[in-house]
Design a protein around this ligand. Structure first.
Ligand code: DAK
Length: 258
């Protein structure tokens, strides 16, 4: 698959997905949102890909938000429809993807860009990252799940402050807030993200997918996370991965998961 605004590189069992509109600080226009959805679904279907790292092209930005030049003309109705479609088609798709996704936040992650990073399973930041939800400066609120996911990740009080003040926080602060899993130097961000991706990719892919499902279930209206955990846990016992993992342990060798 080839894309206008995305680059995909494969290394071992890792796919590195680059949002490639550096002249617009990788802002998300409709085309890029559609391509991201197609690309994530394509990577999920590829059994040779065990972990995805998403990063922005250039040195300045991960993604500096939704494309302001594009949404400036939207009406109330369009705003509502597009928010619902965007949430379902891209942001929820990433969150529920069976393949884990790491956001390598190499610069600005603003508005829709931070919302996309928050839909990923893991976030890595650097000393050059700037994270924020500046929608209220434009007369908007976050529309791609940001009001919900930010509060889940950093707590209600900090989310309220970040959203209403539109203040940016740097990588270190994001780590202190629990918004980022790790903060590293800008020059090592991709390498550190790949290291983590390689570690994940060596584990049972079926168990990793089951873990994503169970963790996510606790945050979904109408689902009981504990019940989903019991169900997913039980299913693990019927898998080849379980046989391989336990046999490898008992015979003192490294497991190799297909
Ligand atoms: N959209 C479009 N272009 C952008 C952009 C964006 N979000 N961010 C930057 N650019 C463009 C700039 O216009 C500039 O283009 P030229 O003028 O050279 O043509 C180029 O990228 C370089 O940017 P700057 O010259 O501004 O670079 P600086 O280093 O001076 O400043 C900055 C970097 C990140 C502080 C600044 O670019 C900035 O404030 N950018 C905007 C940040 C922002 O407010 N992002 C949007 C947040 S609101 C929706 C759902 C969700 C949303 C919207 C609609 N619906 C469902 C309808 C979400 C909204 C948001 O994300």
């Amino acid at each position: 698959m080839s894309f206008e605004n995305l680059l995909v590189n494969y290394k071992d069992k890792i796919a590195v997905l680059t949002v490639n509109r550096p002249e617009n600080l990788n802002a998300l226009n409709k085309q890029t949102i559609a391509e991201l959805r197609a690309c994530f679904l394509d990577l999920e279907a590829n059994k040779n890909v065990r972990c995805i790292v998403i990063i922005g092209a250039g040195e300045k930005a991960f993604i500096a938000g939704a494309d302001i030049k594009e949404f400036v003309t939207f009406s109330e109705e369009e705003g509502k429809t597009l928010a619902r479609e965007g949430q379902e088609q891209l942001f929820n798709t990433i969150e529920n993807l069976s393949t884990p996704v790491i956001a390598a936040i190499n610069g600005y992650a603003l508005g829709g860009g931070l919302e996309l990073a928050m839909a990923c399973h893991i976030r890595m930041v650097s000393d050059r990252s700037q994270l924020g939800l500046p929608e209220v400066t434009l007369g908007l609120i976050p529309g791609y799940g940001g009001t919900q996911r930010l509060a889940q990740l950093v707590g209600k009080g900090r989310a309220m402050e970040m959203i209403t003040s539109a203040n940016f926080i740097d990588g270190k602060q994001a780590y202190v807030y629990g918004l980022a899993n790790s903060v590293v130097s800008a020059s090592t961000l991709l390498m550190e993200s790949l290291k983590l991706a390689i570690k994940i990719a060596g584990n049972s892919p079926l168990a990793v997918t089951a873990a994503i499902k169970a963790v996510n279930a606790g945050y979904k209206e109408g689902e009981n996370g504990y019940e989903v955990e019991v169900d997913e846990f039980g299913k693990c016992f019927g898998t080849e991965d379980f046989k391989e993992g336990t046999d490898a342990f008992l015979t003192k060798r490294k497991p190799s998961f297909n």
